[in-house]
Design a protein around this ligand. Structure first.
Ligand SMILES: Nc1ncnc2c1ncn2[C@@H]1O[C@H](COP(=O)(O)OP(=O)(O)OP(=O)(O)O)[C@@H](O)[C@H]1O
Ligand SMILES: [Mg+2]
Length: 363
């Protein structure tokens, strides 16, 4: 319906030539590597009518945010993306959430605001006065959802497909209105996608317990799809390091410590002049954090500590294990960002190669 096949074709031609591209951001020009499969999947999703909520999940620092920003940056003109990043935001109430979600503008009316819709905005635009009146009204939440629906309709009427991207959505998992805000939001997202076909909705998270809850929630059954953004494969990581001028020996050393974790690969490139020392320092840091967490647990809850230890022991010989039951011990390991759960495949694995090595050294 919202054809961007020309865009897809052009992209494909470009990608055949290069896998390392530049992305201009507020942090300057960044090198963006690969992710073709995931980008292709997202491009395919946004080029059809909105129908399902898309959850983008994966281990920490696997490149989810980088990917979604790249996707937003490259959208053709007939899209309007609203990128709402909850990272680092302290969201203790629904009010906090909506304050972050909206981009309060000087213009007096929505019509005026929508005279110029950028391809990427950092919130849903709203006139200051409208925001104030809406927030002071008794039925504010109902009015907020109605306002967003109308704003998205107006954007669509102007020939642009709206895309909502919520990064770190799990931040609001405990926030309540009458019941949990997150359920109200999910209902609203289902309304925007499956019922109105009005906007694409992407929710990004690295919290695998949160994803598991969503995955098993009856409310979202058949109304959501899931895209896993995992660490780079070893082949991709190798190609990344090679493009950055690493020798075979340097590549081997880096992969031995970090596997395909993008953030560490980027840092390894920056620390190439003292690569071995850098690798050892990062491992040392990770190992001490895990040891402190385990010791604290041992002091406070001996039984849980023993269960956790037993789980970690499994990784002495395995890189991933099957997980059919999310016990308290499993939750603890996930909560401490030591392990990552893929609920769809029911697989539990360390958050990174570094965590795997650290765990093996500790247990
Ligand atoms: N495709 C990529 N090309 C180059 N560098 C990347 C890529 N993906 C990620 N990175 C690097 O890894 C870092 C972490 O990525 P990002 O913040 O996107 O991870 P994340 O999965 O969103 O993390 P979190 O789980 O904390 O939300 C980036 O700042 C960037 O330096
Ligand atoms: Mg992120």
């Amino acid at each position: 319906m919202f054809s961007c096949s020309k865009f897809l074709r052009k992209k494909r031609e470009l990608d055949e030539v290069k896998i390392m591209t530049k992305r201009r951001t507020s942090r300057g020009v960044l090198m963006f590597f690969n992710r073709e499969k995931e980008m292709e999947e997202i491009r395919r999703i946004v080029s059809t009518e909105p129908n399902l909520i898309t959850f983008v999940y994966g281990p920490i620092n696997s490149g989810k945010t980088e990917l979604m920003q790249k996707v937003a940056d490259e959208l053709p003109e007939n899209f309007a993306a609203f990128y709402i990043n909850l990272r680092g935001e302290e969201v203790v109430s629904a009010e906090n959430f909506f304050e972050i979600m909206f981009d309060i503008r000087e213009e007096k009316t929505l019509e005026k605001i929508l005279e110029r819709i950028p391809r990427v905005s950092l919130g849903i635009p709203i006139a200051g006065e409208t925001f104030k009146i809406m927030f002071e009204s008794e039925r504010k939440y109902r009015r907020i959802f109605r306002y967003i629906t109308n704003a998205l309709k107006s954007i669509k009427d102007k020939g642009k497909t709206p895309i909502l991207i919520f990064d770190e959505l799990q931040v609001i998992k405990d926030v309540k209105i009458d019941d949990f805000l997150i359920y109200k939001l999910f209902n609203f997202f289902v309304h925007l996608t499956k019922e109105l076909h009005l906007a694409h909705v992407f929710a990004v998270t690295s919290d695998s317990l949160f994803i598991e809850k969503i995955y098993s929630s009856a409310m979202l059954h058949g109304r959501a799809r899931y895209i896993l953004v995992d660490d780079f494969s070893l082949e991709t990581a190798k190609a990344f390091l090679r493009e950055n001028g690493f020798s075979d020996e340097e590549i081997k050393l880096t992969l031995d410590y970090f596997g395909g974790k993008p953030i560490y690969l980027v840092e390894a490139v920056k620390n190439r002049h003292r690569l071995r020392e850098f690798c050892e320092n990062v491992l040392e840091e990770r190992r001490s954090v895990i040891i402190y967490a385990l010791n604290e647990l041992k002091r406070n809850n001996k039984k849980l500590y023993r269960d956790v230890y037993e789980i970690l022991l499994e990784f002495k010989s395995e890189e991933e294990v099957e997980c059919r039951d999310i016990t308290e011990a499993v939750s603890w390991c996930i909560d401490k960002n030591i392990l990552f759960l893929n609920p769809r495949k029911m697989i539990l694995k360390p958050q990174s190669k570094l965590d795997l090595i650290a765990v093996r050294e500790i247990v």
